[in-house]
Design a protein around this ligand. Structure first.
Ligand code: HEC
Ligand code: HEC
Length: 182
């Protein structure tokens, strides 16, 4: 009974106070996620975050040529590793894109054809995202060389948000509770 009265009092206090701003924080969070999703769904990211047994290439996301496959460790077939061609930086004027440790995202981090809600949940799911806490996830998106490569893509089209803006949006999404769209 005491608890019920307390809860009721807290609710009334909320109605009249800034504590109720929670709804708008989560609206802001959802809107941050929607902006993030436009980057995540861009070919510069999605070509590595596939559900397929091979990487994709180009803005039309065609199957990687040269019979390149995912392989046992997401780094190609033992005799044709990604690193045979992809160096730690773009080479040949960007004709061969590169960044340190270039390889496919594991299948659990595949994002193709996911709804906003599913994409958001998969991103936060520590069983699927490589055990990343929210801090680690923010760090990854604002610091990881494979992610940052998308804004120096060797003459290819970069994602729709500028790099610094993407970083701001990711941090703000986390600060506002990392809410997912319905
Ligand atoms: C060259 C391939 C490649 C590109 C390009 C790439 N990624 Fe990834 N991504 C990976 C790999 C590999 C991992 C797994 C890294 C790990 O677990 O340490 C990963 C993991 C992630 C994760 C954490 C896992 C998850 O699903 O929550 C996020 C977030 C992410 N990438 C975002 C991006 C974004 C955003 C872009 C584009 C701006 C991008 N990546 C471009 C290969 C890539
Ligand atoms: C035989 C050389 C070679 C191997 C091996 C190779 N690649 Fe590539 N890759 C290329 C070249 C060249 C391009 C550029 C093609 C273009 O832009 O038309 C490319 C482009 C890509 C792109 C497209 C970038 C974009 O956004 O358009 C991705 C992603 C990619 N490779 C991932 C991989 C992964 C992952 C592996 C290992 C599983 C791998 N590649 C193995 C030569 C190779």
């Amino acid at each position: 009974m005491r608890n019920a009265i307390f809860a009721c009092g807290a609710l009334l206090a909320c109605v009249a106070s800034a504590a109720c701003a929670q709804g708008s924080a989560s609206d802001e969070s959802v809107s941050m996620f929607k902006q993030m999703a436009e980057v995540l769904r861009h070919p510069r990211c999605m070509n590595c975050h596939t559900f397929t047994d091979f990487p994709r290439q180009g803005d039309d996301r065609h199957r990687h040529v040269q019979m390149v496959v995912r392989g046992p460790n997401n780094s190609g077939f033992p005799t044709l590793q990604c690193s045979a061609c992809h160096q730690t930086t773009n080479v040949a004027d960007g004709a061969v894109p590169g960044a340190p440790n270039w390889h496919l995202a594991p299948l659990s981090m595949g994002w193709e054809r996911l709804s906003d809600n599913a994409l958001c949940r998969v991103l936060k799911d520590t069983r699927k995202n490589g055990g990343k806490s929210m801090d680690a996830l923010v760090h990854h998106m604002t610091d990881d060389p494979l992610v940052q490569w998308a804004w120096s893509p060797g003459g290819r089209v970069p994602p729709p948000l500028a790099q610094a803006e993407f970083h701001r949006v990711v941090r703000r999404w986390a600060e506002t509770g990392a809410a997912c769209p319905r």
